[in-house]
Design a protein around this ligand. Structure first.
Ligand SMILES: *Cc1c(COP(=O)(O)O)cnc(C)c1O
Length: 424
């Protein structure tokens, strides 16, 4: 049996333990929702205040040059590149994940049409995050393609000479299941299919090597594990070998080769810059940079490999403690046990009360979230994200203790925990 004392000892040996100081964590909270909205970096308030008061308030329009505003999407993109195995100059921080997905999917369809004009399908996973499916569906309708949805074990079988693009999210938002990026990318390429990855639950959570995997396109989220703040700009990566072949349909002036010549015709900038559309949000980009810097701080402590070891140790411990201490309460595990198949979250199922249990835990300061099932293969889940930069082993122990008490006392049955809010 692992005790709370054992967990305190694990924290004392943790090479990443000091990085928790890079965050402003609310009092008496165990925050297991960094997969939905990352914690505020301690540096963010002063940095954002400086952008507002000095750069905007005093330098005004000169800031585009003087304070580096114009190059911010590339600057922050280069920092993100270090976390996802991308070359410098191949990532921009811009727009939202949904918008970036539209851009890369559209470019991928152009590329596929040039090389394989008869291929008219995009394949994805039925349990992919809905916005990804909605964007793909809308684009398919507009361009005369078909979106084919399959279960994870059916992906290999769905790849054939009809498939233009395979679009997957690397870590499933619901189950936390992790795809083998190099193997899936290789299978897609063997079938002549382009590979688009969504890294929303991977960037800053698990090691990613886009270059090593030879992927074609990727997008990802700024406000989850990158701690960039609510609505932070997302990012987009295009394999440099494709970047100059086509451009994306949101051909705004920030993607133009010479925006300040104000020409009436569009000429795309070389490389990833053409994946920008219009004027970018500087206050948000400054906050995102603070968030990305918290991850780059791991480089002095073993980097993403150390982060990954701790993440697996935290999720292993959580699974073990739930099974040891909360047995007999009908909890099931929806997340793979195999390390190679697990992201940085753990999802639990229960036939009854999942939403209310999450609410009761939040009232005790243990913040996870609830995701509704799909009425079929996927049940309702209690979802817990483990962000190794600011979560420790004793946090895991205490969270499981709260879960045990909520179940043992049936506290979750109180009416106030059974009222649904707009955002779950
Ligand atoms: C969080 C998430 C998104 C979010 O998209 P927005 O455009 O930021 O709302 C998209 N895709 C996946 C897979 C996600 O997990």
């Amino acid at each position: 049996m692992t005790t709370q004392q054992d967990c305190i000892a694990l924290d004392a040996q943790d090479p990443l333990r000091d990085l928790r100081q890079l965050f402003t964590l609310p009092e008496a909270t165990i925050y297991l929702d960094g997969n939905s909205l990352g914690v505020m970096p301690a540096a963010a308030p002063a940095r954002v205040a400086d952008v507002v008061t000095r750069e905007w308030g005093s330098d005004l329009i000169q800031s585009w040059n003087k304070n580096g505003w114009f190059a911010m999407p590339q600057k922050v993109g280069d920092k993100i590149a270090r976390l996802i195995g991308a070359e410098p100059g191949t990532v921009v921080a811009t727009d939202s994940t949904s918008v970036n997905l539209f851009k890369v999917l559209s470019a991928a369809l152009h590329l596929a049409a040039a090389d394989h004009p008869t291929r008219k399908r995009i394949v994805s996973e039925r349990s992919n995050f809905p916005t990804d499916l909605y964007i793909a569906e809308a684009l398919c309708q507009e361009r005369g393609y078909e979106l084919v949805l399959v279960e994870p074990e059916e992906i290999a079988g769905a790849l054939n000479d009809q498939v233009a693009v395979l679009m997957l999210t690397h870590v499933n938002y619901r189950t936390g299941a992790l795809h083998d990026m190099p193997a899936v990318t290789a299978a897609a390429h063997a079938a002549g299919t382009l590979m688009v990855w969504d890294l929303a639950h991977s960037a800053g959570a698990v090691p990613v090597d886009l270059t090593g995997a030879g992927a074609d396109y990727a997008v990802g989220c700024g406000y989850k594990y990158l701690n960039g703040g609510p609505g932070a700009p997302a990012f987009v990566w295009v394999n440099p070998k494709h970047a100059d072949r086509f451009w994306q349909p949101l051909a705004g002036w920030w993607g133009h080769a010479t925006p300040f010549e104000f020409t009436p015709d569009y000429r795309p900038a070389p490389g990833i810059t053409r994946y920008q559309c219009g004027t970018q949000p500087m206050i948000s980009l400054a906050a995102l940079e603070c968030g990305v810097d918290t991850l780059l701080a791991t480089e002095a402590h073993g980097g993403m490999a150390a982060l990954r070891s701790k993440s697996l140790a935290l999720t292993d411990l959580f699974i073990q403690l739930v099974e040891e201490r909360c047995g007999g309460h009908g909890l099931g595990l929806a997340t793979p046990r195999e390390h190679a198949q697990r992201g940085s979250q753990v999802c639990l199922t229960r036939d009854e009360g999942t939403y209310a249990i999450v609410q009761a835990l939040i009232a005790r300061g243990v913040v996870g979230d609830y995701r509704a099932g799909d009425g079929g293969r996927h049940k309702d889940i209690l979802r817990f994200g483990f962000t190794p930069l600011y979560i420790g082993f004793v946090d895991v122990w205490n969270a499981v203790e709260h879960l045990k008490q909520v179940l043992e006392t049936a506290e979750w049955q109180r009416p106030e925990f059974n009222r649904k809010h707009a955002v779950t």
